[in-house]
Design a binder for this molecule. Structure first.
Ligand SMILES: [Zn+2]
Length: 371
C-alpha cells in the first residue's frame, strides 16, 4: 500500500486530532464499531484541513485505486464510484459531475480532499441523511424563476420567465401524478419578490423547494450549454462561480439542510443528465442565491439548459423537450424521496435515536456517532 510512513508524515504534515483519536476510541467502545468522519486523520495543507481519499475509502469499505503517476484516483464498490483528479474541484460521483469547494490535492504523494468537502459532499452523497422515521416528503414548492417585470434571460424575443413557468406546470402535473402535493410560487406572468417565494414555501409547509431557471451565455455565444443544479454553499466555503459569490461566509437558514441540499441536487442533476441525452453535465454547483439562503427546507435551483445554445434550445422551446425535462425533474424528486425516507419505527425510539434528524445513514449506526 502506498501509504505515508508515520515518521515522514509527522515530519512533513501537521497531524491533528491526537485527542480526537482518544475520544473516537471511547465513542467506539461505548457505541460499538461505528464508522464516522471523526475517526479520519486530518492533515494541514496550505492552511486548510484535508483527509486522504484512501482513508475515507477504507472507512466506508470502498476500494481505492490510483495508477502510479496518474492524476486520477478512484474509490469504488459495486454501487458507488467516486472519481477525482488532482488539482481539480470537479469530481464525479457515479459518473455525475459534482463541484467541491476546494481542489483535490496531491500532498506528500497522497491524494487528499478538504475536510469540508468530505463532510459536505462525499459523506452526504454516500450516505443520504435520513428523514425522521415516518416523516414523508410530501409537499414540493415549485418556483418558476422570474415573472412580470423580471423577464430573466433573453434570447432574441424569447424570455426566460415564459419557459420557467411552462416547465413548472409540466413538473407540477407529473408530481401530482406521482402522489406529491405541489405549491407554486406563481402560476401566471406576475412578479414575485424573492423572499416572498421562500415565504410561500414556508407558509404551505413545503418539504422541498425547487427553483426552475434557464441559463444564457453572458457573452452571447452559443457554445456554453448543459444543465446544472445549485445547492446552498456551506458556511465557510466558496461558491462554484466565485465571481458571483457574496459574503459573508457565515451560515444562513438554508445551511441547516446542507446534507439534504447536496443529495437533492445530486438526484436532480443525475436524472436530468440521464434523461436529456447529449446534454452537457455542468454538475452539482454551489451558490448563495437568495432563494437558497432563505429556504427553511431542503432547496435547490435548477438551470435546465442554455437558451443561447442551439442544442439546449431544442429541449427548452419544444413541447417534447419540456415534457422530458419535467419528467426528469419529477423523477429526481422521487429518487430523493426514496433516498431519504425511512419507515416509521415500530417501537418508541431508544435514547440514541432521539437525534435521528441528524442521522446520515440507513444502517444501524447510532446517531450519536454521526456528524
Ligand atoms: Zn433565471
Amino acid at each position: 500500500m502506498p501509504g505515508l510512513k508515520a515518521k515522514s508524515a509527522a515530519r512533513t504534515i501537521t497531524r491533528l486530532k491526537a485527542l480526537g483519536h482518544v475520544v473516537t476510541l471511547i465513542t467506539w467502545l461505548l457505541a460499538g464499531p461505528a464508522l464516522h468522519a471523526a475517526s479520519l486523520t486530518e492533515y494541514r495543507v496550505g492552511g486548510q484541513n484535508y483527509i486522504r481519499l484512501v482513508d475515507w475509502a477504507r472507512l466506508h469499505g470502498l476500494r481505492y485505486s490510483r495508477t502510479t503517476g496518474s492524476r486520477e484516483a478512484h474509490a469504488r464498490d459495486n454501487d458507488t464510484h467516486v472519481a477525482v483528479q488532482i488539482d481539480a474541484s470537479r469530481i464525479e460521483f457515479n459518473e455525475i459531475a459534482v463541484w467541491l469547494s476546494s481542489p483535490v490535492l496531491l500532498a506528500d504523494g497522497q491524494v487528499v480532499v478538504s475536510s469540508l468537502d468530505v463532510r459536505g459532499v462525499l459523506d452526504p452523497l454516500l450516505h443520504p441523511r435520513k428523514a425522521i422515521p415516518g416523516r414523508r416528503i410530501k409537499t414540493v414548492c415549485l418556483d418558476p424563476g422570474h415573472g412580470g417585470k423580471a423577464p430573466g434571460q433573453k434570447s432574441g424575443s424569447r424570455l426566460e420567465k415564459t419557459y420557467t413557468l411552462a416547465l413548472a406546470e409540466e413538473v407540477r402535473s407529473r408530481l401530482i401524478k406521482a402522489g406529491f402535493n405541489v405549491v407554486m410560487t406563481r402560476r401566471s406572468d406576475e412578479f414575485v419578490d424573492l423572499p416572498e417565494r421562500n415565504a410561500i414555501a414556508s407558509r404551505f409547509q413545503a418539504d422541498l423547494f425547487v427553483s426552475l431557471h434557464y441559463n444564457a451565455s453572458p457573452d452571447g455565444g452559443s457554445e456554453a450549454g448543459g444543465v446544472e443544479v445549485y445547492a446552498m454553499t456551506p458556511a465557510g466555503t466558496r461558491s462554484t462561480n466565485i465571481s458571483n459569490d457574496i459574503g459573508p461566509l457565515h451560515a444562513w437558514a438554508g445551511n441547516e439542510f446542507d446534507a439534504d441540499n447536496v443529495q437533492l441536487a445530486y438526484q436532480l442533476q443525475r436524472s436530468l443528465v440521464q434523461r436529456l441525452s447529449g446534454t452537457q453535465d455542468r454538475g452539482v454547483r454551489r451558490a448563495r442565491f437568495i432563494v437558497l439562503r432563505l429556504a427553511e427546507m431542503p432547496a435547490v435551483l435548477i438551470e435546465a439548459g442554455f437558451m443561447s445554445n442551439p442544442g439546449d434550445a431544442r429541449w427548452i422551446y419544444s413541447d417534447t423537450g419540456r415534457k422530458r425535462t419535467a419528467q426528469a425533474i419529477a423523477d429526481g424528486i422521487s429518487a430523493y424521496k426514496r433516498a431519504v425516507e425511512r419507515p416509521p419505527t415500530p417501537n418508541p425510539p431508544s435514547p440514541q435515536r432521539t437525534t435521528s434528524s441528524n442521522s446520515s445513514s440507513s444502517s444501524d449506526v447510532p446517531d450519536s456517532a454521526r456528524n
